[in-house]
Ligand binder design. Structure first.
Ligand code: NDP
Length: 332
């Protein structure tokens, strides 16, 4: 199995030398175990947090150990009664091309006609559920409302915008990191308008695309855009605090928004969430997302990097915005 170890903990932006690709022989298959050939593995921003030696909502990666994360693959050898060869499975032994372990660690998932198996890492997986729970349960978006999403061309953000549309948002606006991405927002995902977060004060750009203010802000980024959103929120506005990628590689904790007083004066709600605390919503999510995908109301967008040898590259450039939609690595 070709895998990637965490060689040392990154300081600030991660570099190639923080990682070590290795090839390891897999042991003989034990009773109740399966061997899986991965087809696609996921690289995600949250993995940056696990590379620090810091208490968080999940334990940090161990130094010198293979990295883990979501992966989808096919059983190629089995000593487990319920997982026969050829079964498509979703599991957490990512960052490698071949995985092996107890059958219980691998969840069989159905093939969806016309949808690539990588969708289980994106729109049909944790990414899609994050968008669904954050927008509908945490921010409680109502029909007719104005929604603002940051990192809107990314994996979570692009799905948030599309769900907002399907659920009857009045206006959907987003920010992204290049003119091409901003065009994608309106041309592919049904946003009404967008802006490039490199184009000067976010508060000014947001006021241009949402002149009547914002009711719901889906925050993937934190920092300046969070401050801009708080400044633009209408009375009783809500923020789903999903992530703060603008600070993930910072070596000093960033300053918070300077306008938190508005939380009081405008009766705002800022609510954080971790998607794994909301797995009870998975059945509802899949019941709605399946038809949305089939009917073309939601697009399963992704950026595919080819080859297990490019896993580290894919992770490094993800943090700098090289992806549109979900970033996945094809290893099969
Ligand atoms: P994305 O596909 O959105 O990829 C990350 C994107 O972040 C990049 O493409 C880049 O796009 C953008 N970005 C990077 N640096 C900055 C910056 N300084 N300012 C603004 N944008 C930046 O990743 P995901 O969809 O997987 O994750 C999005 C967010 O959701 C992350 O914060 C992640 O941690 C969070 N998350 C939270 C979960 C939860 O349970 N709470 C679950 C899953 C994800 P661009 O070119 O537009 O800058």
């Amino acid at each position: 199995s070709r895998q990637v170890l965490l060689a040392r903990r990154p300081e600030g932006w991660p570099e190639h030398d923080d990682f070590e690709p290795v090839t390891r022989d897999l042991p003989e298959l034990g009773e109740g175990e399966v061997r899986v050939a991965n087809e696609f593995v996921s690289v995600d921003p949250y993995m940056r947090g696990k590379m620090d030696d810091r208490e968080s909502y999940t334990p940090p990666y161990a130094l010198g150990e293979p990295l883990t994360g979501a992966a989808v693959g096919r059983v190629v050898a089995s000593r487990h009664p319920e997982l026969s060869e050829g079964t498509l499975v979703l599991h957490q032994q990512g960052w490698r091309d071949a995985a092996q372990g107890r059958g219980e660690e691998f969840r069989a998932v159905p093939e969806v006609p016309d949808v690539p198996t990588s969708a289980y890492l994106g729109v049909l997986g944790g990414t899609g559920l994050t968008a669904y729970v954050g927008l509908l349960d945490i921010a409680r978006m109502q029909p007719g409302e104005t929604v603002f999403v940051s990192a809107a061309a990314g994996a979570v953000g692009s799905v948030v915008g599309q769900i907002a549309r399907v659920k009857g948002a009045g206006r959907v606006v987003g920010s992204a990191g290049s003119p091409e991405k901003v065009r994608t927002l309106t041309e592919r995902y049904g946003f009404d308008a967008g802006f490039d977060h490199h184009d000067g004060p976010a508060a000014d750009r947001l006021a241009e695309v949402a002149p009547d203010g914002v009711d719901v802000y889906f925050d993937n980024v934190g920092g300046e855009q969070l401050e801009a959103a708080i400044g633009a929120l209408n009375r009783y506005g809500r923020v789903a605090c999903c992530g703060a990628i603008s600070a993930y590689n910072a070596t000093e904790p960033p300053l918070g928004p300077r306008n938190l007083g508005r939380v009081v004066t405008h009766s705002l709600t800022l609510r954080g969430f971790i998607v794994s605390d909301h797995l009870d919503r998975q059945p509802d999510f899949l019941e709605e997302m399946g038809p949305w995908l089939r009917e073309g109301r939601v697009r399963a967008e992704e950026t595919v990097v080819d080859g297990v040898e490019h896993l580290v590259d894919a992770f490094l450039v993800l943090l700098r915005g090289a992806n549109t939609g979900k970033m996945v690595v094809r290893v099969g």
